[in-house]
Design a binder for this molecule. Sequence first.
Ligand code: KET
Length: 424
Amino acid sequence: MQAIARPLARAAPRALSRAAALSTWSAVPAGPPDAILGVTEAFKRDQDPRKINLGVGAYRDGNGKPFVLPSVKKAEEIISQSGDKEYLPITGLPEFTRRAALLAYGAESAPLKGNAVAVTQSISGTGALRIGGAFLARFYPHSKTIYLPTPTWGNHTPIFRDSGLEVKGYRYYDKKTVGLDFEGLKADLQSMPEKSIVLLHACAHNPTGVDPTQAQWIEISNIIKEKSLFPFFDMAYQGFASGSTSKDAFAVRHFVSEGHQVALCQSFAKNMGLYGERVGAFSLTTADPEEKARVESQLKIVIRPMYSNPPLHGARIASTILGSPELYSEWEGEVKGMAERIISMRDRLYDNLVAQKTPGEWGHIKSQIGMFSFTGLTTPQTKALAEKAHIYMTADGRISMAGLNAHNIDYFSESVSRAVKGDI
Ligand code: KET
């Protein structure tokens, strides 16, 4: 709230406000800053040398710097030798979408083998969700309601609302156990109206870092089948959970192998570090090639008035990596390296908090999966950490583990410990 309200409150000289009163936009209320990206804005304003940004989920290397993957640099060199700047087709670069679908569904996937996956390039994961929301709002015949896990990524609700769907929640996270509320989750799936749409985080659940086990995924798939619910996967972190892109695709591949028709959103922001390139994909498994062609024709009609066609560069990078056996295996190693650095930070943070006799149980720091840790810090504690220790995180106590490194982990742990003890 402060970020936008403060400058407006200060800028109130009379002449300006009279002009403002005459303006067409005088009744536009100031909105709150974004719950995640607003944290970066606050961080940037802070001049303290000790400041740490653990807000947005963006990988940082061991020195706290943005990381351009070596495989990406090599792909860019290859791309620079050739290629024009023509418009892409509405559904994007065909070799990219083919390879992206293969990465997600796997070579053994029946719909892929049968040429029955409708797929389009998207403006990263967010764009994929938006296209998917709009397509389902227009064509899903059974329901206009999507159920999201509680809690979920903060942007899910506005994305699906703006797409024309009604948004409801299902139980997911148990504050008491700091783990999955599996009984609550199953009960809520059971009590949903048949054929409702259910959003599932395919891996590395954001913000909790809590994923179902493989056995639990199998049970979830069974209930979804019994109730004829429609599974809509958001896979923004393939590779970031376990370090292996195929392990992290377990849920999606299991559902597809069980005969579910699925919707799937992919992002290459995290696993290729292509945040600003905005490259992702949206796909739907369909019955056969004829149906796939019909669905793709309508995806084009959804996309064309939104942004006409997607950007080229990121798709070329991802496609070059996915299409080259050498770059592909180099990239797999890099994904594993990023995941491992995050895990090593989990271990250090846990050890430090315990060594500093921080009140509470901190085992979840190590057991949680993916880019984030849902620390359990309260909103007042996060506020104190920002104001007194220059440490920025989202108000729900989520930290991006990737923002921690050997240089700042001790200062961070001490500050958290003090915040929990109430002496900050
Ligand atoms: N889904 C989930 C679950 C998700 O966490 C993100 C990004 C996205 C989709 C979309 O990412 P994209 O960059 O559009 O491919 N989450 C991080 C960044 C953000 O909020 O935009 C975050 O939670 O910090």
